[in-house]
Design a protein around this ligand. Structure first.
Ligand code: PLP
Length: 344
């Protein structure tokens, strides 16, 4: 199979080299379904302006981000649209958050928003996957050990990986509702971790919460903030429905989710009232409906929290309507929001 692995932008970007290993890209057509990767990867990844065979992209063990957890990343989905083409959902918004994360972390990002969006387009176009999940990541590459990083000595590598990813919390949770546990781990305090930044290091907290919940037999964890109010899931924002009003926690200690914002638009379109405020765990226990939302989880209904049924213990009517409208939007079936879709 012939493939043009050099992007048109590659000459321009090649001077911004990285030290991660990128061998010859000649064998890009080899299978990326090998077990070690878990999910089926796209055939190529975009790395600092070049398309490289996925199996040949490696990271050096001295990479600063690997040791100290300061790497910015994003999670984006590309959907099949009604005309069978592929569209990346809210790519600009995700990559703007990526730029903001880099700025907060003083990470020396060398690409503009347009270049980053183009990188995502190229990664999807050459993935050979169709609809897929994108994982852009920017990290401090190989260099001297030590917490301090020096942009002269630690090159900054930006990569966009693509992969096949089904329902994040499982098809069952999507159809019948998920079972959640309030975590014993507390969400970040906004002056301990930068809660608006999507950093790898922030996710140790999520991994702990997720492990605890899954090992106890639940699908997902809900974390409370440092004052004991509901914050978010380990990788999702949270919405609660009571008496036809919808509530969501304020943004003080949660990630400002792109899907959360999409849901806010949907709620407005439905003419429903949305209130952003502190919510207690017993308000969640006594909600009529509740759901999680995020790029990976999309709109996943909540059936149960801490062994208590939410409403009748199955996906609620409003949740179903929001879920339907969400999938219409991401697949280009709502003309009001087609500007959110970047066609590849
Ligand atoms: C902790 C956390 N909250 C919320 C979200 C939802 O964000 P988004 O809708 O932008 O994917 C995510 C997913 O990235 C997340 O990791």
């Amino acid at each position: 199979m012939e493939m043009n692995l050099e992007s048109s932008a590659s000459q321009e970007f090649s001077k911004r080299g990285n030290t991660s290993q990128m061998k010859s890209s000649a064998s890009a057509s080899s299978s990326t379904e090998r077990k070690p990767y878990g999910n089926k990867l796209g055939k190529v990844m975009w790395v600092n302006g070049k398309l490289v065979a996925s199996e040949e992209v490696t990271v050096h063990i001295t990479a600063h981000s690997l040791h100290y957890g300061l790497a910015a990343f994003e999670g984006i989905r590309a959907y099949e649209l009604k005309d069978k083409s592929i569209g990346i959902f809210r790519c600009q918004d995700h990559m703007q958050r990526f730029i903001n994360s880099c700025h907060t972390g003083m990470l020396p990002l060398q690409f503009s928003l347009d270049e980053l969006v183009d990188a995502c387009k190229q990664a999807v176009k050459n993935a050979g996957l169709g609809a897929c999940y994108l994982r852009p990541i920017g990290f401090l590459d190989a260099g001297p050990l030590g917490v301090y990083f020096d942009t002269e000595k630690h090159p900054f590598t930006v990569a966009v990986m693509t992969m096949d990813w089904g329902k994040y919390l499982g098809a069952d949770a999507m159809a019948k509702g998920s079972r959640l546990k309030i975590s014993s781990f507390t969400r970040h305090h906004p002056n301990i971790s930068m809660t608006k930044a999507k950093y790898t290091g922030n996710y140790v907290n999520s991994v702990m919460a997720k492990l605890e919940a899954r090992k106890m037999g639940f699908d997902e964890a809900i974390l409370l903030d440092t004052e004991g109010y509901l914050a978010e899931g380990s990788g999702e924002n949270l919405f609660v429905v009571k008496n036809n009003k919808i509530f969501t926690p304020t943004l003080s200690s949660v990630l400002e989710g792109v899907t959360r914002d999409t849901v806010c638009h949907i709620i407005e379109d439905m003419g429903l009232s949305l209130v952003e405020r502190r919510i207690t765990r017993d308000e969640l226990y006594n909600a009529d409906e509740a759901f999680l939302c995020g790029t990976a989880a999309e709109i996943t209904p909540i059936a149960e929290v801490d062994m208590r049924k939410i409403g009748p213990g199955k996906p609620g009517k409003l949740t179903g309507e929001i879920q339907k409208r969400f999938f219409d939007i991401v697949t280009g079936n709502n003309p009001k929001y087609t500007s959110w879709i970047t066609k590849v």
